[in-house]
Design a protein around this ligand. Structure first.
Ligand code: GLC
Length: 737
């Protein structure tokens, strides 16, 4: 009773009339040291619930992960608010990466949509589903730039391009956080993994990275800065050590850059156990030293390692860690909880009607899966019209679990609409659907059903083969050294190609695979990534022509693993490839040393990718013309307007993604040949024309120069406006002082 009276007399006025900081100080002032350290401790909620309640009751937990039952969460919250010493509400967190119950396409697939608005709307839907189940902190968006498809987590990010990743990460932040974090339907986003995690050597997850500061600032930082500028409430430090320093213990990164340069005032949470991870890294002798380094670096909350809980007392008592450092971390955690409204409404929002799997959510998920699908080849086969009998085959034709993709902890495969189900529903009695999976799953090596497959194929007018990889093959700790199709999938496609029927191959995978042969023998090729709950309907509607594909590759498709890393925005080098190299048959016997010239290329494989960044086909065609720049000279504080006319020169309506690239030949340091600096989805009816205008702030062309300052450098620049990264309409301009 005494505590309640104290609270009412001392704190109610502050809560009612005080500002955020005053309220935080008021709370902080009544917290014991143990209360404070408890706020910096996050644990997994799975396991012994009674033990968890005991920890909460003792005030030793600030956040709980991985419980998604609102009734359980409300009970834990009641204990925290009413029974713990400081009565501070818990923050419930979950990996909500691409959807919650309704699973969206993997982020790499969402990136292929180049549709910020839809990505944001789908993220808002996800927030509605997750908050209905009590989650108020999502460990997403992941925006690690990835140029190596061997790395399984390429699935979770937005691909190889800095600009695209930044735009989409900001869209997810806006979707998750809404107009206000305090909206019970909003949840805190978490920009992860800061930083450079995707540059793991060899594409092996968790491996060492060496990214020099200039490349950090030009390539890896900008998506995180975009998320911070979008108001992202938290950042997660990454597992990797970059140039010898683990990110979780890197003060330059987490304090000087993130907070000092960018003004981030949110919470930095470690990755799972990455505080204690300094010990296996060899950057700390024990958890105590790890805790000291990480709290000092600016990692506020310790996910799952208990290093802070067990060591901060002695570190502060010994003076190795100033109390102010602990207080500042606690302030950030309290500020996040306050902004989420937890001090006013700590319990799960009670939805009048459930949004889980609701029609609008499913419809948006289907549209996003459609826009994510990239058509890589079409020799006049798609859309299927006038066919009477379709053979549907392949291990991904009816794979409700694998279709969802990695990090779908709450996705329920019983809700997945698979291709075979969707095709049967869409085609009804109009078209006969023959079905023979031929392989039980993507690693199935059995060819036992290939005889039946062959006979069915010969009866069909067209064959639809769904191949790819199981969801377990991508995501965390799931790197691959061989990116060709697993099991007998390739043999299956060879059998089908040999049957003399048009072969449409649809890939569902969490990364670019090595698909040169499959592309060669298929008459049409769709890449749907792991498309999520509504993927089957999305693909089926494209195949029968009810939807026109518009996806564009957010990542380069190499011809073979030997080409990796391969990405479009590469440097010039001193020996630029001609593009015609790479055929061993061109090499004469006993050739003299310089017979093949001297270029940055291979003798045995072309220096070009199988499919380039930004590439994707449509059922119609588009023509760009009339490229115009508002100026031929601009200053660093100016805005360059770029106009281009897009025409639908085909026979059906469709959407093109017009892409704006900027490059420069000479600068104080070497620069990429071109970089994406704008994109626009344009939907046009047949014969319709539209002029698209890009407004390019010159400040967005800044880069880290020879003096290590990020600035706009005067000089000559090139502009390219195209429909993929290879070519387009070109022009020039200069930046002048
Ligand atoms: C994992 C992942 C991270 C995730 C966290 C919590 O190890 O690296 O992305 O958010 O742990 O599950």
């Amino acid at each position: 009773m005494k505590r309640l009276v104290t609270f009412i007399l001392l704190f109610v006025p502050l809560f009612v009339f005080g500002g955020e900081d005053e309220r935080i100080e008021a709370i902080l002032s009544r917290m014991s040291f143990e209360d404070k350290v408890g706020q910096l401790n996050q644990l997994d909620g799975r396991g012994d619930i009674e033990k968890l309640k005991k920890e909460i009751r003792a005030g030793r937990l600030g956040s709980v992960m991985n419980i998604v039952d609102p009734a359980v969460l409300d009970e834990l919250q009641r204990i925290a608010v009413e029974e713990s010493p400081a009565g501070i509400p818990l923050l419930f967190a979950r990996d909500v990466v691409h959807g919650f119950k309704t699973v969206l396409p993997i982020p790499l697939g969402q990136a292929a949509s180049f549709d910020e608005e839809l990505v944001e709307r789908a993220a808002r839907n996800t927030a509605a589903e997750a908050t209905e189940c009590g989650i108020r902190w999502a460990f997403a968006p992941m925006m690690d730039i990835a140029r190596d498809p061997r790395w399984g987590r390429i699935a979770e990010g937005f691909g190889e391009d800095t600009y695209l990743a930044g735009r989409l990460a900001a869209a997810v932040v806006r979707g998750y956080q809404g107009e206000s974090l305090s909206d019970p339907m909003s949840m805190a986003a978490c920009a992860k993994h800061f930083v450079g995690y995707g540059a793991a050597e060899g594409g092996r997850d968790y491996n060492t990275t060496y990214i020099p500061e200039r490349q950090l600032r030009d390539t890896y930082f900008p998506p995180f800065r975009a998320a911070v500028e979008a108001g992202c409430a938290s950042v997660m430090s990454s597992f990797n050590d970059n140039d010898g320093v683990p990110a979780t213990g890197n003060r330059w990164l987490l304090t000087d850059v993130l907070r000092g340069e960018w003004g981030f005032d949110g919470v930095v949470v470690s990755d799972w156990g990455s505080v204690a991870g300094l010990v296996p890294h060899g950057a700390a002798a024990d958890k105590r030293e790890a805790a000291k380094k990480c709290i000092t670096a600016g990692t506020d909350m310790d996910m799952s390692s208990r290093s802070y809980l067990l060591n901060l007392r002695s570190l502060v008592d010994s003076g190795e860690v100033p109390m102010e450092v602990v207080d500042e971390a606690v302030r950030r955690v309290l500020r996040l909880k306050m902004r989420l409204g937890l001090f006013d409404n700590p319990y799960t929002r009670k939805a009048a009607t459930s949004v889980l799997y609701s029609e609008p959510v499913l419809d948006d998920a289907c549209t996003l899966a459609q826009e994510a699908t990239v058509m890589l080849k079409n020799e006049g086969v798609l859309p299927l019209t006038g066919v009477r009998r379709i053979l549907v085959t392949g291990p991904m034709a009816d794979a409700p679990y694998d279709q969802l993709g990695t990090w779908t902890l709450d996705g329920d495969k019983t809700h997945t609409l698979t291709p075979i189900t969707a095709l049967r529903e869409l085609c009804g009695d109009d078209v006969e659907i023959l079905y023979e999976p031929a392989l039980t799953h993507c690693r199935d090596n059995s060819t036992a059903r290939f005889g039946r497959l062959r006979s069915l194929a010969r009866k069909a007018d067209v064959v639809l083969a769904f191949v790819g990889e199981e969801q377990i093959m991508s995501g965390e700790a799931h790197s691959l050294a061989d990116l060709t199709l697993q099991g007998a999938q390739s043999e299956m496609l060879e059998v089908l190609a040999d049957c003399g029927r048009p072969l449409v191959t649809v890939f569902m995978a969490g990364r670019p695979l090595i698909i040169g042969r499959e592309a060669e023998i298929s008459d049409a090729l769709l890449y749907a990534w792991h498309p999520g709950t509504m993927g089957g309907k999305a693909i089926a509607e494209i195949v029968i022509g009810r939807a026109n594909p518009s996806g564009k590759l957010p990542v380069t498709f190499p011809r073979c693993v030997g080409q990796i890393p391969m990405y479009y925005n590469h440097k010039h080098t001193s020996h630029i490839a001609r593009g015609t190299e790479g055929n061993l048959d061109d090499i004469p016997r006993e050739a003299v040393q310089s017979v093949m010239g001297h270029t940055s290329s291979y003798l045995d494989v072309p220096p070009t990718p199988l499919f380039p960044f930004g590439f994707g086909l449509s059922y119609t065609t588009f023509v760009l013309s009339g490229l115009e720049l508002s100026d031929t000279e601009v200053t660093a504080d100016g805005v360059l307007k770029v106009r281009v006319t897009v025409e639908n020169s085909g026979k059906v309506a469709g959407t093109e993604v017009v892409q704006l690239y900027v490059g420069r030949k000479s600068a104080s340091v070497t620069r990429p040949m071109k970089e994406l600096k704008g994109f626009r989805r344009v939907t046009l009816a047949p014969a319709e024309k539209r002029t698209v205008e890009f407004e390019l702030p010159v400040s967005e062309l800044a880069f880290c120069g020879a003096d290590m300052r990020v600035a706009v450098e005067p000089g000559a620049y090139t502009i390219m406006v195209g429909t993929d990264s290879r070519d387009g309409l070109k022009s020039r301009f200069s930046i002048v002082k």
